[in-house]
Design a protein around this ligand. Structure first.
Ligand code: UD1
Length: 427
């Protein structure tokens, strides 16, 4: 069932609980390799990405057991150091096992994660940082081969050409907790998912200062214990559900959310004309009428998230006026533009930006999803569109949105999965 069928327009109305964060869960699960004690994680979303990492961790000698949104992890065998190529190829974030493997097992062989639909995604900062911690690193036959005695603390700058690296910060933070001495990460990512990883490591006994700032200091410890930890809410799922309500002129109440982590998106929604109310853990949004054209620039946290850029573009397609959406993090991340055009959007790509001239409505049509967030943008267009929208290759959505079909249906969507044969005929 790789395709998706949506009949619009429908107003998204109702209450929904946000799932745990994919981008926090993945590095936290990988960091469980750092301890021999059992770890119990709660609110781990059930996604193909988390399932892929569960499989990878099993191949690396861990017992991994899932009960609903709880995942129990325990290292049984400390010897495996080679990450399976097929699993790493499936998901870039599996590269997050590199730092923990090296720190705990002193050796790691991890396939290069390779290119990606959303643009060039190098790993030079990960490797340079691990080398600064004392690792010997070589690239052999498409693999990163790293070895070290005990890592030693160092001062490492993680500022890349487009700001900090998120998974690079995760890899180095995880590696540094078991290093001898103190590590100072400058130009570190400030994303809430990195803060969550740091809090998890602290709960196991790591000593970390400066989480949420661009300078993180880690005092290495000899070993970590086990424990229970609850993953933070998914701010990208939250934003996507809010945008689903905004684009369909609906009204939703999202609970179990973390509005303070979405300030940039909530500000833009208000500027676009949405009525937004928040408590510490909930967000209520109502939208009537077309959105006001609101330009955004995707930047590292606390800026507007690149992972919401495509969905924002879908909303702006129905705005009154002209908006520009620029992506400073991934300047090539515009695979959704051509597909939104097929659904009636008026968009013009110019380098790292797209200029969107609002139209009255999306029409239905057949489109192909190219990556996770581009797929979400197409779903939003389908929900608001007049007629039937069919999305091919919608399996990307299962990588990042837990039970999205059930959740959208509960909010009023007419949405169904369709078989590959049906999608093939439709196009
Ligand atoms: C993570 C998120 C992804 C999000 C992205 C940016 C996870 C699993 N994925 O991806 O959803 O879109 O952050 O918020 O958390 N760069 C370098 N050298 C490096 C590493 C990165 O130059 O060694 C550049 C990249 O090309 C990019 C920028 O840094 O322009 C940010 O990339 P990065 O933060 O590393 O993205 P990911 O961690 O892969």
């Amino acid at each position: 069932m790789n395709g998706l069928w949506i009949r619009g327009p429908t107003r998204m109305v109702g209450q929904m609980t946000v799932s745990g964060s994919k981008n926090a869960a993945l590095p936290i699960m990988a960091a469980s390799l750092l301890t021999d004690q059992p770890v119990r994680l709660s609110r781990v979303p059930e996604l193909t990405d988390t399932a892929t990492l569960e499989r990878l961790l099993r191949t690396l000698g861990m017992a991994v057991e899932r009960r609903g949104n709880q995942v129990h992890l325990e290292t049984l065998d400390c010897r495996p150091v080679r990450a399976d190529r097929r699993l790493v190829r499936r998901m870039r974030a599996s590269f997050c096992v590199l730092g923990p493997l090296l720190a705990r097992r002193r050796r790691a062989v991890v396939p290069l994660p390779g290119g990606c639909r959303i643009g060039d995604r190098p790993i030079d900062l990960h490797l340079r940082g691990l080398a600064a911690l004392g690792a010997e690193i070589a690239i052999q036959r498409g693999h990163v081969v790293a070895r070290a005695k005990r890592l030693r603390g160092a001062r490492i700058d993680l500022t890349g050409p487009r700001g900090p690296t998120v998974t690079g910060t995760a890899n180095l933070l995880s590696a540094a907790v078991l290093a001898r001495g103190t590590t100072v990460l400058t130009g570190a990512a400030r994303e809430p998912e990195i803060v969550d990883l740091g809090r998890f490591l602290e709960s196991l006994g790591a000593i970390i200062d400066g989480l949420g700032t661009d300078t993180i200091t880690v005092r290495g410890v000899a070993g970590l214990g086990g424990g229970d930890y609850t993953i933070l809410p998914d701010r990208i799922e939250t934003a996507t559900l809010l945008l689903a309500a905004a684009v369909t002129r609906g009204a939703v109440l999202l609970t179990g959310a973390a509005p303070e982590q979405l300030t940039a998106v909530l500000d833009c929604l208000c500027r676009a004309g949405a009525a937004v109310e928040t408590t510490a853990t909930s967000i209520r949004l109502a939208m009537s009428g077309p959105p006001v054209a609101t330009s955004v620039v995707a930047q590292p946290y606390p800026g507007f998230p690149t992972d919401v850029q495509a969905q924002w573009t879908a909303l702006m397609c129905l705005s009154e006026g002209v908006a520009t959406i620029r992506d400073d993090v991934f300047p090539q991340r515009f695979s959704h533009v051509a597909e939104l055009r097929r659904l009636g959007g008026q968009l013009m790509r110019r380098g790292a930006a797209v200029r969107v001239t609002g139209v009255e409505a999306f029409c239905g049509g057949t489109v192909a999803a190219c990556d996770l967030r581009a797929s979400a943008a197409l779903v939003l267009a389908g929900l608001a569109g007049h007629g039937e929208t069919r999305i091919r290759r919608a399996y990307h959505l299962d990588r990042g949105y837990e039970c999205y079909q059930e959740k959208l249906t509960a909010l009023g969507a007419k949405i169904a999965r369709i078989a590959p044969a049906a999608e093939a005929v439709i196009r």
